[in-house]
Design a binder for this molecule. Structure first.
Ligand code: SF4
Ligand code: SF4
Length: 278
């Protein structure tokens, strides 16, 4: 079984507890305005537009498909900036065993792995096989998810999973639809399911500069639901990496620090005592 891997960060201390290897899968079910890595959203359609601009000729077309030469690539990201598809030519289709071989050199230095994206749950069956093998190495396995896929359909995966870091981008269904191009119905169901099954590691909400009412609505609802049962991270919106057409809606400023402090206080008052601002 193969899955498309966008990148592997060998050591990360922002993707769950301890030092972790983070694996980013290609492809997403959402299309959020503020996405910081929009090149993970779609799969490459092999149009070839990015090939000629590569300064070190790391891209070529073979049999109608764009081929990436990892050894030649200098990671300038020119190809990603050229791509209008919100895709990347720098994707590796890896078997589970190949991915395990990439993780093994880090094993003595990490507590576990975190799978992310894109939306890693689009590859749930692959994750089950991956987690089964990673757990045998004595490492923990966390899922970082936008909550669009029904976790309750993947009982075996959830038994292997040590925790989920769930995005609740907006509580109001209409605002979520506008923000992410997708309903939040499943996200909220997953929030309750993960709490009930004791698998919720943390919830994250991005605090947006232009939407104080929506921020307050989301934080208040999430805080009342999670109480003290998991961490709640309020992520200050930062415009870095956001695609140009989304910046008008989102703004070019970092979310206001004072507003974030007020929201944090509100969340704690409502019972989410493990709330922090990132
Ligand atoms: S990465 Fe984008 S620009 Fe490059 S070939 Fe694929 S779809 Fe075309
Ligand atoms: S990131 Fe790599 S493949 Fe893309 S343009 Fe730069 S050198 Fe070429």
């Amino acid at each position: 079984m193969k899955a498309p891997v966008n990148k592997i960060i060998p050591f990360s201390n922002v993707d769950g507890p301890g030092n972790r290897t983070s694996i980013f899968f290609q492809g997403c079910s959402f299309k959020c305005w503020y996405c910081h890595n929009p090149e993970t959203i779609h799969r490459c359609n092999h149009c070839g537009d990015c090939v000629a601009g590569c300064p070190v000729h790391a891209l070529s077309i073979v049999d109608g498909k764009v081929v990436w030469d990892k050894q030649k690539c200098v990671q300038c990201d020119l190809c990603i900036h050229t791509c209008k598809m919100m895709a990347s030519p720098k994707i590796e289709e890896l078997e589970v065993e190949e991915l395990i071989a990439r993780i093994l050199p880090m094993k003595p230095f990490i507590r576990g792995i975190t799978v992310s994206g894109g939306e890693c749950m689009l590859h749930a069956k692959y994750l089950e096989e991956l987690f089964r093998k990673v757990k045998k190495l004595g490492l923990t396995c966390l899922i970082d998810s936008n909550g669009s896929i029904d976790f309750s359909r993947y009982i075996s995966l959830m038994e292997l999973c040590d925790g989920v870091m769930l995005d609740v981008k907006a509580y109001d269904p209409d605002f979520h639809l506008a923000l992410c191009d997708h309903s939040n119905d499943r996200v909220i169901k997953n929030l309750h399911y993960l709490l009930e099954t004791n698998k919720l590691q943390e919830v994250r909400t991005v605090i947006l500069p232009k939407y104080p009412q929506e921020n307050l609505d989301t934080v208040s609802h999430v805080a009342q639901i999670i109480q003290d049962r998991c961490d709640y991270k309020l992520l200050r919106y930062r415009p870095f990496g956001v695609r140009e057409d989304a910046l008008d809606k989102m703004g070019r400023e970092i979310a206001d620090e004072e507003e974030c402090e007020i929201l944090k206080k509100k969340a704690i008052e409502l019972g989410a005592i493990h709330t922090i601002i990132i």
